[in-house]
Ligand binder design. Structure first.
Ligand SMILES: Cc1ncc(COP(=O)(O)O)c(C=O)c1O
Length: 422
């Protein structure tokens, strides 16, 4: 594909002509605006509905009608092992071994369950590192986990802030903070991609540095999952969790997932809160006393699979299985670079892009910080058929998603922004 960009519709269309993922767009429903597909740039918040989802939902409803409780074993996708079917695809997306991942619960719940296992402070090591201004759920989860251990959040939580005047953290500053915390540090918990700035952190180096000082390292992958290729196993990440309703297109409140490195997952002594579904599967219905954890991430499961909440994930992963994160990422880098280029051609608006300029330090999303009239710009683009995302106090987040967005979508966004009367 071309490296030199042009700010014209013809050029955008020519990039679409070369896009091997272009037809994937047909597999999703786009909200409409005045009878046309809207410019949907909000997959970082809620991904679009795969057209196959309704068929799959209906299939489960029919199996429920046909089988009643026997559907646990006789439904076409037996509900007993329903969650297990996702591990292969989730492992490919996260760069994990299959037993290291499991679809379960929702993100904030999983974050707590994993912190129960991996934030284990003692008198000497009790500090946890996170990003200042992380997504509120992460802030509240860490704050309350710290309190649960009888510690003071002011003392136990080290928040990493960008340098004066900057919006993103420098990689070296993150590593230096971990080193400085040294043997007082028990855990690092960062986002994979920061929800506000769109900055993609260096997960490999952060993990290595955390291990160097004897700490555990985990990530909230809400904005990284399905957005960038990951190598969680090879990077030696200890744990991670994600939601599936953003880049994974699994629908509002869809089931989330976890990664637990095999060195923890295969150790029955790794402490976790237990439920019957995390018990050794072969003995699940023996109703015996004494929890014997299943191997791998499966041993963190609590409850039987919420099948209807997993159907969206199934319809979406079926599509992911037909391509790869490598192919998606190649397009994503181009798509976001084109958006970056076009935005720099606008001179009727007063904003800066706070997402890093280097493609390797960001995913699909760009965050536009408005010095003035941000809300008015957001309302204007909304009225003109753009679906994007407003974050108080002054940021518009836009994410062209390689699975279903076109270069023409990106161009239309630019063209609408260019019409803002000021
Ligand atoms: C970074 C991050 N963490 C946590 C959450 C909370 O997710 P959930 O409501 O699925 O628990 C979100 C939701 O958007 C998020 O973006």
């Amino acid at each position: 594909m071309a490296q030199h960009f042009e700010p014209t519709l013809e050029y955008a269309k020519s990039l679409d002509d070369q896009d091997i993922l272009f037809s994937y767009r047909q597999r999703f429903y786009f909200p409409e605006h005045e009878g046309k597909k809207s410019v949907y740039l909000c997959g970082n918040s809620l991904g679009l509905e795969p057209k196959s989802a309704s068929y799959l939902f209906e299939k489960e409803l029919k199996d429920w009608a046909k089988w009643g409780v026997e559907g646990h074993f006789h439904a076409e996708n037996p509900w007993f092992g329903y969650a297990n079917q996702f591990s292969k695809s989730l492992a490919a997306i996260t760069g994990a071994k299959e037993p290291e991942v499991m679809a379960m619960n929702t993100l904030s719940v999983n974050l707590h369950l994993l912190l129960i296992s991996f934030y284990r402070p003692d008198k000497k090591r009790f500090k946890i590192i996170m990003e200042a201004g992380a997504f509120p759920s992460d802030q509240y989860a860490i704050e309350t986990q710290v309190r649960m251990h009888g510690l003071d959040p002011e003392e136990a939580i080290i928040e990493l802030k960008p340098k004066e005047g900057a919006y993103c953290l420098e990689d070296e500053a993150i590593l230096a903070a971990i080193e400085a915390a040294g043997d007082g540090l028990v855990c690092v918990l960062m986002g994979g991609v920061n929800y506000y700035t769109g900055q993609y952190y260096n997960l490999k180096d952060i993990t290595a540095k955390a291990h160097e000082v004897g700490a555990i390292c985990g990530f909230d992958l809400a904005h990284a999952m399905g957005n960038l290729p990951l190598q969680l196993h090879d990077w030696d990440v200890d744990f991670a969790c994600w939601c599936s309703y953003k880049y994974l297109n699994s629908g509002p409140g869809a089931v989330g997932g976890i990664f637990v490195h095999e060195r923890w997952g295969n150790n029955p002594d790794t402490f976790r809160l237990a439920g019957w579904w995390g018990n050794n599967e072969a003995e699940r219905f023996e109703m015996k006393k004494g929890f014997v954890p299943a191997k791998g991430a499966a041993g963190w499961q609590m409850s039987n699979a919420p099948v209807f909440n997993m159907v969206g994930l199934k319809s979406s992963l079926d599509i992911f299985d037909q391509t790869s994160m490598k192919i998606l990422r190649e397009k994503s880098v181009m798509l976001t670079a084109y958006l970056y280029f076009l935005l720099q051609n606008l001179n009727n608006l007063s904003f800066i892009i706070i997402t890093p300029e280097e493609p390797e330090r960001r995913g699909a999303q760009l965050s536009l910080l408005f010095k003035e009239k941000g809300k008015a710009v957001f309302e204007f683009i909304t009225q003109n058929g753009v679906i994007a995302d407003w974050r108080e106090p002054d940021v518009i987040r836009v994410a062209p998603v390689p699975m279903y967005n076109s270069f023409e979508d990106v161009f239309r966004f630019y063209e609408i922004l260019g019409r803002f009367p000021g």
